[in-house]
Write a protein that binds this ligand. Structure first.
Ligand code: HEM
Length: 424
């Protein structure tokens, strides 16, 4: 449990890079202090991406407690997604690229979500699920003889990337481009990836152009794949346009990649640091997996926050929120709220309420569309590691992504006894 007495809540600056660059223990102490003494507070925005046309906005309300996050998430008629979903100001010139359903309100959002869901027939979902096992085994088999390396590159990053690329019909030769574009888009504030607005905008534009061409191709020449199903799905006579598909492609590729990757990476780090928890899980893989996977997502909170914008004057707790104000829901903090998750900083796969975690969202119309796929990917990756590389350990500290949005790990070394693993 962090000691919060030493923290002065007025000094906590959630709108700065230096806050997010701190060690995780410091971040935890700050959020614990906010939950205790300033659960809903207004924070200024102090920085923006270098070269961005739109400067820092006026600031945002910060929600740190579990119940407040749930309350806002479940009232989309008051707390809109249309103004943008991260705490920073939207850049209007990028709206086409990022204007997918995640930044739309109902009824338009519901229509698009239904359209997309129509394409996920039991047959396509089953095919994707089968692919997860084959791909995970392939990665473990390829890594097995090496005895170690960067865990992110060997295991965590390629699995979600390959699955999304398979789903979206991206040929293997183009996977690297998709990987780099998504890294830049979600790593925008980290000098390792984008660091400037120009690099960020170019990545978004390239990805959008690529996706539009893919969508148009399947519109003209349908095949037996998900993109063709998406382009030809119909709700009340409406179909996705190639531009709508372009922004949906960016959403799926970004949302499906960076999140699951970091859940797998943090999961492995946690299992290395907590050998008792690893033993418990490995002793009863079948029985423990569902809760262990939820506990990883709770602890890791791969998406640190989502933002809404108030459509009318309203109150949350004691806070008077005005129409137009930005409201940030800190999933990271809600997932550590001690009233719901006692000793919330502890990694404990035996928690009775792990499923109450809000890593995939706190309810409402935008709840993660890929949650089941993510659960499947995390499950299968750990099953394969437990089976074939049971002694795998993380041997370096994680190089963390500098971001207020994604709790990312860029690199992290691992070691295991080299072996030979059969492919499926
Ligand atoms: C551990 C992995 C993942 C985490 C932590 C995660 C988290 C989230 C969160 C927090 C939201 C917003 C929820 C809200 O605003 O209420 C979201 C939305 C979304 N996620 Fe995920 N996600 C994960 C994996 C995936 C995967 C694998 C896919 C795709 C295959 C995906 C696709 C989406 C989409 C399309 C939305 C937007 C839904 C909408 O606006 O209706 N996610 N996710």
């Amino acid at each position: 449990m962090p000691l919060t007495e030493a923290v002065t809540v007025d000094d906590i600056q959630l709108g700065t890079n230096s806050f997010w660059a701190q060690p995780l223990d410091e971040r935890n102490r700050a959020f614990a202090a906010l939950r205790e003494r300033c659960p809903i507070g207004f924070h200024p925005e102090l920085e923006t991406l270098e070269g961005a046309p739109q400067g820092p906005g006026p600031g945002f309300w910060s929600l740190t407690r579990y119940e407040d996050v749930r309350t806002v998430s479940r009232q989309p008629q008051i707390f809109s997604s249309a103004g943008g979903i991260t705490m920073n100001e939207e850049q209007p010139e990028l709206r086409d690229f990022f204007g997918s359903m995640i930044v739309l309100d109902d009824p338009r959002h519901a229509k698009l979500r239904l359209l997309v869901q129509r394409a996920f027939t039991p047959k396509t979902v089953q095919a994707i699920e089968d692919t997860v096992r084959v791909r995970a085994r392939q990665l473990v088999a390829e890594a097995a003889a090496r005895g170690g390396g960067d865990f992110v590159q060997l295991f965590a990053a390629p699995l979600p990337l390959q699955i999304i690329c398979d789903m979206l019909g991206v040929p293997a030769a183009d996977e690297r481009d998709v990987f780099e574009w998504t890294n830049i888009i979600l790593g925008a504030g980290d000098p390792d990836f984008a660091g400037t607005y120009e690099v960020f905008a170019n990545a978004a534009m390239s990805m959008f152009g690529y996706a539009q061409a893919l969508g148009q191709d399947r519109l003209d020449r349908p095949r037996e794949d998900l993109v063709s199903a998406l382009m030809h799905a119909d709700v009340d006579g409406e179909r996705l346009t190639p531009a709508e598909f372009g922004s949906f492609f960016i959403l799926l590729a970004v949302a499906g990649n960076e999140t699951t990757r970091n859940a797998i990476s943090w999961g492995m780090k946690l299992l290395t640091d907590h050998s008792d928890q690893r033993q418990l899980w490995m002793d009863d893989v079948e029985g423990r997996t569902p809760d262990a996977v939820e506990e990883i997502v709770r602890w890791a909170s791969p998406v640190i926050h989502m933002r809404r914008t108030a459509l009318e004057d309203t109150r949350v707790g004691d806070a008077e929120i005005a129409a137009g104000d930005k409201v940030v829901m800190w999933y990271w903090s809600a997932n550590r709220d001690e009233t719901v998750f006692p000793d919330g900083h502890r990694f404990d796969i035996t928690r009775s309420n792990a499923k109450a975690q809000v890593g995939y969202g706190a309810g409402g119309p935008h709840f993660c569309l890929g949650a089941n796929l993510a659960r499947r990917e995390i499950t299968v990756m750990f099953q394969e590691i437990f089976r074939w590389l049971p002694d795998l350990q993380i041997t370096s500290e994680p190089a963390r992504l500098l971001s207020a949005f994604i709790n990312g790990i860029k690199r992290m070394e691992c070691a295991f006894a080299p072996t030979t693993v059969p492919e499926l």
